[in-house]
Design a protein around this ligand. Structure first.
Ligand SMILES: NC(=O)c1ccc[n+]([C@@H]2O[C@H](COP(=O)([O-])OP(=O)(O)OC[C@H]3O[C@@H](n4cnc5c(N)ncnc54)[C@H](OP(=O)(O)O)[C@@H]3O)[C@@H](O)[C@H]2O)c1
Length: 438
């Protein structure tokens, strides 16, 4: 990522230091907090108090599955969700949070009716509600797992409150990475990656010296269409795109995996989290999704993290870092995997990855535009209003129409996000109405 993009965090460590950015995970030198202090001469971690943003989603539910497996480790103090009232009500009954928020008043009314007055709790709504859950005074750690740029303000609220944030919501860092990292450092907050690729890199970097790193390698499954020719891609349907070969995830990220925009967002996310230009963040296709990512060092050594594709692993690591929790599940059996294969990405059939690198190199407000246009295009594809190749076309045309500015403030990011969404919607409407479609 170019300097203008803030691709290297302004607060990234000096080239001589260990891999211990003040703003991420802290690579095992973080002072032990009072809640983890020794009691009676023995190290007794107290329960970690969690707030989960996006609790009804794929990551939110996996996080709660980790909590349910280790009830002695965690207490859930806050849950924020959108409109899935049925799932949220069951979570409230099971985990008894003090803070709850939903997307709007209609969802709040429905939730009150579903809960039937039990347990008694105030239900917050909208942006303010999610921000209140994110900054709840009782929470030690906030899982940021809402989908899309709507997660930006609640994530920033958690950071502003000095929380440890287990970050799944990659759109936050893509849209406003340098601002988020500056706030992390200013508030003494901590970011720990949840994305499996970034968690793998985080794990491989532990204890390493910064100047020893040559490149980061992100792996990509290639999604459901990796082997499809361009002609067949032109007619790809939402149902086909939603069938990811390896991961069960929310709809938006599953479509992003099919276009490879997910990898583009992750390249930008990695540049910001680890303070490297994106020219040193490489991608290769690894259809088995067993190697979750790798770090290449200056001596040619490469360290990787492996495991079955199961988001409970990086989530649990983020929740208890630097400890590891035992998790139920089949141990990795490389004999069963038999083959690990690798290919170079194809930027012709999957132009979204190229657009991601371009947005990062241009920097400033451009990554926010890439992200916002993509959110609109994915929604239109899922609604049957845009073809599969139309997704990167809408993103590219929106980027081309944008006059890029240096990134300055949250208000500016929100404004640019709104502009890009409006512009993309106009393009989609025009194309949907035209005879040839898009
Ligand atoms: N799934 C994965 O394996 C995975 C892996 C790595 C990173 N991530 C990242 O993690 C994030 C979440 O992904 P996901 O797959 O868990 O998505 P998901 O299953 O679609 O869940 C999204 C969550 O966000 C909530 N939400 C959506 N709009 C909202 C709004 N306006 N206000 C409040 N809540 C809202 C949803 O609530 P309702 O459902 O109640 O409406 C749901 O709880 C994304 O940024 C994704 O890129 C996901």
């Amino acid at each position: 990522m170019g300097e203008g993009a803030g691709g290297r965090s302004p607060l990234a460590p000096s080239p001589e230091s260990h891999w211990q950015p003040p703003n991420i995970g802290s690579f095992s030198r973080r002072p032990i907090s009072l809640r983890e202090a020794k009691l009676d001469g023995k190290s007794q971690p107290l329960m970690k108090r969690l707030a989960i943003l996006g609790s009804t989603g794929s990551i939110g539910q996996s996080a709660l599955a980790v909590v349910a497996e280790h009830p002695q480790e965690f207490q859930v103090v806050g849950l924020a969700a959108g409109k899935n009232v049925g799932v949220l009500a069951a979570q409230i009954r099971e985990f008894r949070p003090a803070w709850v928020s939903v997307q709007d008043e209609a969802a709040a009314r429905e939730l009150r009716e579903t809960l039937g007055g039990f347990p008694r709790l105030e239900i917050l709504t909208g942006r303010e509600g999610a921000m209140a859950v994110a900054s709840a005074p009782e929470a030690d750690l906030v899982v940021s797992a809402m989908v899309g740029a709507v997660g930006l303000e609640p994530t920033l609220a958690a950071v502003e409150a000095g929380k440890t944030v287990a970050l799944a919501n990659k759109e936050t860092l893509v849209a406003a990475g340098p601002l988020v990292m500056a706030a992390v450092a200013a508030r003494g907050a901590t970011l720990i990656p949840v994305d499996s690729e970034h968690s793998a890199i985080f794990q491989a970097l532990e204890g390493q010296r910064r100047e020893a790193v040559r490149r980061l390698w992100l792996t990509a499954s290639g999604g459901p269409f990796w082997t499809w020719p361009a002609e067949k891609l032109a007619a790809a349907t939402p149902a086909q795109a939603l069938k990811h070969p390896n991961w069960a995830m929310g709809a938006k990220i599953t479509i992003d995996s099919a276009t490879m925009m997910n990898k583009a967002l992750e390249v930008i996310e990695a540049g910001i989290l680890f303070g490297l230009p994106v020219s040193r963040v490489e991608v290769f296709i690894h259809p088995q999704s067993i190697i979750h990512s790798l770090v290449e060092f200056v001596d040619g050594s490469v360290l990787a993290q492996l495991g079955w594709p199961d988001m409970r692993l990086p989530i649990a690591y983020a929740l208890t870092y630097p400890r590891r929790l035992p998790l139920q599940g089949e141990p990795l059996d490389l004999g069963k995997v038999a083959q690990l294969t690798f290919e170079r990405p194809d930027l012709e059939r999957f132009p979204s990855l190229r657009l991601g690198y371009q947005a990062a190199e241009i920097g400033g407000t451009m990554p926010a535009v890439l992200n916002a246009a993509n959110e609109m295009a994915v929604a239109a594809f899922l609604d049957g209003r845009l073809s599969f190749p139309g997704i990167p076309r809408v993103v590219e045309e929106t980027m081309a129409a944008h006059s890029v500015l240096p990134l300055e403030s949250l208000a500016q990011v929100l404004e640019v996000n709104d502009w890009a969404r409006r512009h993309a919607r106009t393009l989609i409407d025009r194309k949907a109405a035209s005879a040839t479609g898009f």
